[in-house]
Design a protein around this ligand. Structure first.
Ligand code: FPP
Length: 261
C-alpha cells in the first residue's frame, strides 16, 4: 500500500493532474503526518529548524489546494507527545515557529475562511503558544470553508484515555448512560468531534507507521506513504496523492463494488 503513482505521471503538468481528479471522489477529510523536515535540512547542511520553517510553506500550499478543490477538512500532526523527548532547543524553536505562524497567519486564515482548531494536550505547551492557539481558535471559530486541525502535544492513545475519563465522569453524573455507550458515543468524546473520520492519510519521508496518530479515526482510512520529505511535499505531490486515493477501491469490508478505477 505504500506505492506512489508519481512515475506514471511525471510528464503531466499540474493542470493535467488536476483534470484527472473527479470532484465527487475527492476525500472530505485529509490527515497528514508531516515527516522529514530534519532530514531535509541536514541534507542541505542547515539546522533542523530550517526544515520545519520550510515545512510551513508546504502546510500553506496544502491549505490553498484544499480550499481550491473544496476539501473541507485537513488535520496535520505538528507536534506529538513523543516530540517532547527532543532536545530542548529544538522544542523551543518549534514552539516559536508555531507562535510566529499563528500570530502572523491568523489574518490570512480568516480571510480564507479557515477554521483553526488544536487537538491534543495543549495545556502542556508554553503559555505564549497556548495564548496564540486560543486566540486563533476564538477568532476563526465561526469560519467554515476549511477545518484546519493541528495536532499539538497529541497522542492517539492519550486521546482515548481522555475520552474514557470524561465518559466515566458523565456516567457518574448521570449525563451518560453506561448501557447506551456505543461507537457513536465514543466518537463524540474524541478530540476530533464533530469532524468525519479522515478518508486519506498521507505520511511523508518514507516512514510507514501510524505513530500514535488518530488511532480510532483511521480505522478505514486509505493510507498513502511517499518518500518525499515534507518540505518538498507541494501541490504536485498532493495532487498525485489525491489521484492515488481515487484509484483505490474503497470497500469498507464489503464486496467489490462499482467504484471507478
Ligand atoms: C517531522 O519532521 C516534523 C515535525 C516534528 C514538526 C512539523 C512541524 C511543522 C511543519 C511546522 C509547524 C506547523 C505549523 C502548522 C505551525 P522531523 O523533524 O521528524 O524530520 P526527520 O524525521 O527528518 O528528523
Amino acid at each position: 500500500m505504500s506505492h506512489h503513482p508519481a512515475s506514471n505521471f511525471d510528464h503531466l503538468s499540474e493542470g493535467e493532474l488536476t483534470a484527472k481528479l473527479e470532484p465527487e471522489l475527492l476525500p472530505k477529510h485529509v490527515a497528514v503526518i508531516m515527516d522529514g523536515n530534519g532530514r531535509w535540512a541536514e541534507l542541505r547542511g542547515l539546522p533542523r529548524i530550517a526544515g520545519h520553517r520550510e515545512g510551513i510553506n508546504s502546510v500553506r500550499e496544502m491549505i490553498t489546494l484544499c480550499l481550491e478543490l473544496g476539501i473541507r477538512a485537513l488535520t496535520i500532526y505538528a507536534f506529538s507527545q513523543e516530540n517532547w523527548n527532543r532536545p530542548t532547543q529544538e522544542i523551543s524553536a518549534l514552539m516559536e515557529l508555531l507562535e510566529h505562524y499563528l500570530s502572523t497567519e491568523r489574518a490570512s486564515l480568516i480571510e480564507q475562511n479557515v477554521c483553526f482548531r488544536a487537538i491534543g494536550r495543549h495545556e502542556l505547551l508554553p503559555p505564549s503558544a497556548q495564548h496564540w492557539v486560543r486566540t486563533t481558535e476564538k477568532e476563526t471559530a465561526h469560519l467554515d470553508k476549511l477545518s484546519l486541525t493541528v495536532a499539538l502535544s497529541y497522542g492517539g492513545r492519550a486521546e482515548i484515555v481522555d475520552a474514557v475519563k470524561t465518559m466515566m465522569e458523565d456516567v457518574q453524573t448521570g449525563t451518560l448512560q453506561q448501557g447506551l455507550i456505543d461507537e457513536t458515543t465514543i466518537r463524540q468524546y474524541l478530540y476530533t468531534h464533530p469532524l468525519p473520520d479522515p478518508d486519506l492519510l498521507i505520511r511523508t519521508s518514507g516512514e510507514t507507521r501510524i505513530s500514535n496518530f488518530l488511532l480510532w479515526q483511521l480505522a478505514y482510512t486509505e493510507l498513502c506513504f511517499t518518500p518525499t520529505l515534507w518540505p518538498d511535499f507541494r501541490r504536485r505531490e498532493f495532487l498525485l496523492a489525491l489521484i492515488e486515493y481515487q484509484r483505490r477501491e474503497r470497500r469498507f469490508g464489503r464486496v467489490p463494488s462499482t467504484v471507478p478505477s
